[in-house]
Ligand binder design. Structure first.
Ligand SMILES: Nc1nc2c(c(=O)[nH]1)N[C@H]1C(S)=C(S)[C@@H](COP(=O)(O)O)O[C@H]1N2
Ligand SMILES: [Mo]
Length: 383
């Protein structure tokens, strides 16, 4: 049995300490309700304040929002999910029909492939996320495999492409001639058939919020967020590899094969841990116990170890997980109790996963401005 009883005092006390640091709450003598950080107003790009991490599930109103285009307006009288392409029986499903498919509820951590971009040196293009373009929710909906089985995928099908109802004029140098373009992302049929891939109509038990893709979104467990297409309008099964904008020009990295660099679409989430508290620049009291807390995740793998350094990476100690058992496709919360001496300290967290991946200390530039997983220092002062 898996539990997420994160009532551990240290974790919650730490969270309270952070909100009490906000000057306005000190003035009013009360804790302010955390809210999303606005990185961009239009299209909306909103970040979860990672220092406010308190529980396993991220509340819907604190879940990061990553939009490439203005949020589309959907007319539910005419909205249909179309399933087309290499299928024997093309489908056109109303909201009632889609939600009548037997649903499953699966917890999945979504992380934007650009999360942590602000830490890149030199500075790079794109939304300047800090730590919080990541969150975990319980998603409810039909497995994509059930819809595909109902449409009867033809032999020789290669990719399953999800298309959103949002569209916009791409401003990149290399862009398709037909504008506006919708947000579109594909995955191999083998991934599409996995149980962690859903068409979700609920998020944390509530009707999917508009910002998160109402009426229906893909949730591709274990993959970076770009694969989880929101405001789904069409599913296109292709008989050749799909090489659309959002997996070639955008959301691709250089990978080396046979000594050659080749542009490869981003897929699975890499192993990573982030420190929620203390925060950079925070002042701590010497000789007192402090809880270093955060989360770690590893996409399709599972985090097996989180190590903490309080001396800038010279020595490492193992942190303790706050769960009893890890949940697949989800982050694990962890903490490390630290009784510091006075002085300046550099804190670091480093995660290892079941497949043997370890967070690197240095940035790999072949990843362009995506998949930012190298260890981030957090400087604190102890008095
Ligand atoms: N239709 C559509 N789907 C989309 C996007 C988008 O701009 N349009 N952004 C993608 C990206 S890059 C991420 S990280 C996730 C973010 O999901 P969220 O906004 O619910 O957190 O949605 C993905 N799905
Ligand atoms: Mo993203």
């Amino acid at each position: 049995m898996t539990t997420h009883s994160l009532t551990r005092r240290g974790f919650l006390q730490g969270a309270a300490a952070v909100s009490m640091l906000a000057p306005h709450s000190l003035l009013r003598g009360e804790e302010t309700k955390p809210s999303l950080i606005v990185r961009e107003k239009e299209p909306q790009n909103l970040e979860f304040p990672f220092a406010q991490l308190k529980g396993f599930y991220t509340p819907n109103d604190l879940f990061y929002v990553r939009n490439h285009f203005p949020q589309p307006t959907i007319d539910m009288k005419t909205w249909r999910l179309k399933v087309v392409g290499a299928v024997v029986r093309p489908l056109e499903l109303s909201y009632d029909e889609v939600t009548k498919f037997a649903s499953v509820t699966v917890p999945v951590t979504l992380e934007c492939a650009g999360n942590g971009r602000v830490f890149l040196d030199p500075k790079s293009k794109g939304v300047q996320w800090e730590l919080g373009a990541v969150g975990t929710a319980k998603w409810t909906g039909a497995p994509l495999s059930a819809i595909l089985e109902s449409a009867q995928v033809k032999k020789g099908a290669v990719d399953v492409v999800l298309e959103g109802a949002d569209r916009g004029n791409l401003t990149n140098d290399i862009r398709p001639s037909t504008l506006p373009q919708p947000f579109v992302r594909g995955m191999p049929l083998s991934k599409a058939m996995k149980p962690e891939v859903l068409l979700a109509h609920k998020m944390n038990g509530e009707t999917l919020p508009a910002a998160h893709g109402y009426p229906l979104r893909g949730v591709v467990g274990g993959w970076y967020g770009m694969a989880s297409v929101k405001w789904l309008s069409r599913i296109i099964v292709t008989d050749r590899p799909f090489l659309g904008y959002d997996q070639t020009i955008d959301y691709s990295i250089w990978e080396k094969h046979d000594g050659l660099s080749s542009m490869t679409p981003i897929t699975g989430i890499d192993v990573k841990s982030s420190i929620a508290r203390p925060t950079a620049g925070q002042e701590l009291t010497a000789g007192k116990e402090h809880h270093i807390t955060g989360a770690a995740w590893a996409g399709e793998s599972i985090v097996t170890k989180v190590e903490i350094s309080t001396d800038g990476g010279k020595t490492w100690s193992t942190a303790r997980f706050l769960d009893v058992e890890p949940e697949p496709f989800c982050w694990r919360l962890w903490e490390y109790v630290w009784k510091p001496e006075a002085g300046k300290h550099i804190l670091m967290a480093r995660a290892t996963d079941k497949s043997g991946r370890v967070q690197p200390m240095k940035r790999d530039p072949d990843r362009r401005n995506y998949m930012i997983t190298h260890v981030q220092p957090v400087n604190v002062v102890v008095r």
